[in-house]
Design a protein around this ligand. Structure first.
Ligand SMILES: [Zn+2]
Ligand SMILES: [Zn+2]
Length: 89
């Protein structure tokens, strides 16, 4: 790969990270931690599609790693309740 192509790719990634993204599911702002899931925060991508969950580190009510603010949609709350039930039985 030429150096110029590499530089262009890095610039494209920077632009992506600066963009203020809103999760389609829970409405939280987030950083693009999972590029494949460009419209979901890492938390929703985990619950909806089984992506590796972020090991959230909250700093001033936002995860410093993925940018998730702790919002959970009603639908995902339901999935969490289901999973909790399955663990008990
Ligand atoms: Zn979300
Ligand atoms: Zn996180």
């Amino acid at each position: 790969m030429s150096l110029i192509v590499r530089l262009l790719r890095v610039n494209a990634m920077d632009a992506e990270h600066r963009e203020n993204k809103i999760c389609d599911e829970c409405g939280s702002d987030y950083l693009t931690a999972t590029p494949a899931m460009s419209r979901l925060c890492s938390e929703c991508a985990h619950w909806l599609y089984g992506y590796l969950r972020c090991d959230h580190e909250f700093v001033q009510q936002r995860c410093s790693k993925c940018g998730w603010d702790g919002s959970v949609s009603a639908y995902i709350r339901g999935l969490q309740a289901q999973q909790a039930e399955q663990r008990q039985t």
